[in-house]
Design a protein around this ligand. Structure first.
Ligand code: NMX
Ligand code: MLT
Length: 440
């Protein structure tokens, strides 16, 4: 991370600051209008937020600095093993932060640095040890991340007045690296604890983050699991700025809350069933459906199950999206990975996920409510974890939470580097809206 930080200081930040100065010269330019429908409809489509690392197109899906998932997987550095083909989340983080593809050497050095910073301060260990064992792991994860704020370099330097605004990004960078290094340690501790296993996290500096994480939760000897996890972590990292976890991290950070507090808030948003919790809900939904279906079920039976589900007034988890209007390319990437694997493609639960992905869009279209009847990333992700033996469904959103840090923390560093102000949009009451409407 020393090289990344130096490059940020010497190359990327000066360039971007120059661009910002240029843009600010004509910042009265109009880039959109706001309708009442948008104000009352979850602010869909309002162009009001700056985000650097990725962009979401309703038809094409996510791109990271213009690169599709498929391109990223091809050009970003992979794991060190012979035959490793999946991009590393550290590589993705480098791309998101800088806009450039790192070299293998740069990524290996970053992985080593993350391994070096992976140990938890004692108070975090103790905090986790004292949490109820049956607390949802997303609540525990967020609490543990917030407690890392106790050691925040940013908070310390800000409160003792030792840094000026143009340097805020430096301790924000250090805290972000520390968070990225420690979030797998916290997640592993929570996972092991839920299984009654007590284990001190050991990170090998010659390995990448995912390998070390897998090793510490008892999956280290299976390269296919590690490879799946690398892809999973890399492609969930960022989904532009408006999604709940990214937006809340950025918003809380705008008050100059440190990266630990900011990301703790992001994780609490990710823990909602309409956002990241859908990952656990999908698997439960699939397992339940599988039990309900007759042994030699047909697509008709699946259709019937979906209708029964919808008639109970529930949403089909893993389907629909606030922005996307086509199948999520993250779903497609995981589907391709699975289809190439002999063992996954024979898994009866994966087969059901595959059938649902063909049947549900027709049912949802006929149902007529959702604007996007296609599968999103969560409809595929959990079944892969389940396939490799991670049966603890409550833990699935925690994995999503490890990944999202790779996308939103680089943005937090940029927010501080470009001196972004506290966010404070205008709110309106219904009376005020009506008054404005009648005045038109
Ligand atoms: N099943 C049934 N109904 C749905 C679904 C679905 N999968 N998706 C949307 N609808 C309904 C929605 O509840 C709303 O109904 P009502 O008017 O009664 O409130 C109506 O369709 C219109 O919603 P949209 O405008 O299409 O969707 P919106 O942008 O409000 O919400 C989601 C987007 C993702 C929250 C929504 O599609 C959903 O609840 N999906 C299931 C949960 C899920 O998979 N979340 C994960 C999203 C991805 N992620 O990783 O975060
Ligand atoms: C995400 O990855 O954040 C989800 O797809 C939700 C979103 O983009 O709104």
């Amino acid at each position: 991370s020393t090289e990344l930080k130096n490059l940020m200081r010497e190359k990327y930040i000066p360039n971007k600051r120059e661009q910002l100065t240029r843009i600010k010269k004509s910042s009265a330019s109009v880039i959109g209008q706001t309708t009442v429908e948008q104000v009352l409809g979850g602010m869909r489509g309002i162009r009001c937020m700056w985000w650097e690392g990725s962009e979401l197109d309703a038809e094409k899906g996510i791109t990271f600095h213009g690169k599709t998932i498929e391109e990223c997987n091809r050009i970003l550095p992979h794991g060190p093993e012979q035959g490793a083909t999946q991009m590393l989340p550290e590589s993705m983080m480098w791309l998101i932060m800088t806009g450039e593809v790192p070299t293998e050497k740069q990524v290996r050095a970053l992985s080593a640095d993350l391994a070096r910073h992976s140990a938890l301060p004692r108070h975090v260990d103790e905090l986790i040890d004292n949490l109820p064992k049956d607390m949802h792991p997303m609540t525990s994860l967020s609490a543990a991340i917030a407690s890392l704020s106790h050691n925040s370099v940013f908070s310390k330097q800000y409160s003792d007045g030792s840094i000026t605004k143009d340097k805020f990004w430096e301790p924000a960078f250090d805290d972000s690296i520390s968070l990225l290094a420690k979030i797998p340690t916290i997640a592993a501790k929570l996972y092991n604890r839920s299984k009654g296993v007590s284990k001190v996290y050991k990170a090998d500096e010659s390995k990448d983050v995912t390998w070390n994480f897998a090793e510490n939760i008892g999956f280290g000897d299976k390269l296919p699991f590690v490879e799946m996890m690398r892809l999973y972590l890399a492609l969930h990292a960022d989904h532009e700025g408006g999604n709940v976890s990214a937006h809340s991290t950025h918003l809380v950070g705008s008050a100059l809350s440190d990266p630990f507090l900011s990301y703790s808030a992001g994780l609490l948003g990710l823990a909602g069933p309409l956002h990241g919790l859908a990952a656990q809900d999908v698997l439960r939904f699939i397992l339940q459906m599988h039990q309900w279906l007759p042994k030699n079920y047909t697509e008709k039976d699946v259709e019937q199950y979906l209708w029964n589900w919808l008639k109970d007034g529930r949403v089909v988890p893993g389907y629909g999206h606030a922005v996307l209007r086509k199948p999520d390319p993250r779903f497609t990437a995981l589907h391709e990975f699975s289809s190439k694997s002999d063992s996954i493609s024979k898994d009866p639960h994966w087969k059901l996920v595959d059938i649902v992905s063909r049947v549900a869009p027709q049912v949802l279209k006929e149902h007529g409510k959702t604007k996007n009847p296609f599968p999103n990333v969560d409809s595929q992700s959990g079944v892969l974890l389940h396939h490799y033996g991670m049966k603890e469904t409550e833990f699935y959103t925690v994995i999503f939470g490890i990944s999202r840090a790779y996308g939103v923390l680089p943005q937090l560093v940029w927010d501080r580097a470009l001196g972004m102000p506290i966010e404070r949009p205008k709110s309106l009451s219904l009376n005020a809206i009506e008054k404005m409407m009648s005045a038109q």
